[in-house]
Design a protein around this ligand. Structure first.
Ligand SMILES: Nc1ncnc2c1ncn2[C@@H]1O[C@H](COP(=O)(O)OP(=O)(O)OP(=O)(O)O)[C@@H](O)[C@H]1O
Ligand SMILES: [Mg+2]
Length: 327
């Protein structure tokens, strides 16, 4: 196995709110190896975006990381100075944010925005016109890589002149322009129609293969993750409920929550089964019940699940983890 690229150890991020402290990320342990594609899946509000923001130390105040560590190639990112952190962002770890318009600036041409990212990280050598030419060549190459047609013309366009799929490609182009070793992709395809979604995932797959870039793909769509990722972590109320190889998690889910998520997936091929939604609502993190946070919605809940203690994440087979008293 290749060495860990990223390790989260007991990562804990909280938001003080009027109704109490919200543990948006609650003691998270995760590893991403070089070239690995990890999917983080969970319903809205389970802490997926806050996990990615915590990795890059971009949690909006008053939210803050209160415990744990983030190791990138064995070095703690939490111990780095803000200027060291700026060099990590984009250059070593790039992020595609959930809302595309937080990345694209409507008043600058797309090509300019990619050039800016190259400039910030000092990636193109030379001076004056030679440097400008080298930058533009690199922009054209990056636009080509992400499948934007006619890159020489497209780089002069403004974001609003692009379709949704093209905007998403432009965002990926900015993220990839500095050749990061790890890409954090927060719902990169959710707003797109399924054919474009497939093209974007294909593109990420190709770059993962060609460059060995690690990817964390965050989505609420288990179907997308099952197609794309090597490993899956299922998140609920800021905690990992289950993790393991995609094949195993999707064919033999252990946690009742994972089983519930799988039952919500429409089957297009094979036997038709009724889609059964998970009963109940996503929990309010400020008023979680004692014990297992999934207990109120669980169809195999037992009295001990509601006892006031934290249920441990257990390794039931090598690489196969579950946080449930059934195991
Ligand atoms: N700026 C904030 N202020 C207060 N609480 C916040 C803030 N951002 C997130 N939270 C809390 O953290 C929890 C996790 O939020 P997060 O955005 O990580 O969810 P998510 O899993 O990405 O959901 P979605 O699928 O809707 O994007 C939320 O339920 C919310 O209670
Ligand atoms: Mg989110």
């Amino acid at each position: 196995m290749s060495q860990p690229l990223l390790e989260l150890r007991n990562l804990t991020t909280v938001f003080p709110t009027r109704r109490g402290l919200v543990r948006a990320v609650d003691g998270l342990d995760l590893t991403v190896r070089e070239g690995e594609k990890l999917g983080i899946v969970g319903e809205s509000g389970s802490g997926k975006s806050v996990t990615l923001l915590s990795i890059l130390r971009l949690v909006p105040p008053p939210g803050r990381i209160v415990a744990g560590d983030v190791l990138f190639r064995g070095e703690s990112l939490l111990a780095k100075s803000s200027s060291e952190m700026r060099r990590v962002r984009g250059r070593k770890i790039a992020m595609i944010f959930q809302d595309p318009m937080t990345t694209l600036n409507p008043v600058f041409r797309v090509g300019e925005q990619i050039r800016e990212s190259l400039r910030i990280h000092g990636l193109v050598d030379g001076r004056g016109r030679a440097r400008r030419r080298a930058e533009i060549e690199r922009v054209i190459q990056v636009l080509n890589d992400v499948g934007i047609p006619y890159p020489e013309e497209s780089l002069r366009r403004y974001p609003h002149e692009f379709s949704g799929g093209m905007q998403q490609r432009a965002i990926i182009a900015i993220a990839l322009s500095c050749e990061p070793q790890l890409l954090l992709a927060d719902e990169p395809t959710t707003a797109l129609d399924v054919t474009i979604q497939a093209q974007i995932l294909d593109l990420l797959e190709r770059i993962n293969r060609e460059r060995g870039m690690g990817i964390i793909l965050v989505t609420h769509n288990l179907g997308v993750v099952a197609e794309f990722c090597d490993t899956i972590a299922i998140m609920y109320a800021g905690q990992i409920m289950e993790k393991g190889a995609t094949e195993e998690v999707t064919t033999e889910p252990l946690h009742p929550y994972t089983r519930g998520l799988l039952r919500c997936l429409p089957r297009i091929y094979g036997k038709r089964e009724k889609i059964r939604p998970i009963p109940g609502l996503v929990p309010d993190l400020a008023t979680l019940p004692p014990g297992c946070p999934f207990a109120p919605r669980c169809d195999v809940v037992r009295p001990e699940c509601r006892e006031d203690r934290r249920i441990p994440l257990k390794e039931v087979e090598p690489g196969r983890w579950v946080r449930c008293l059934l195991y």
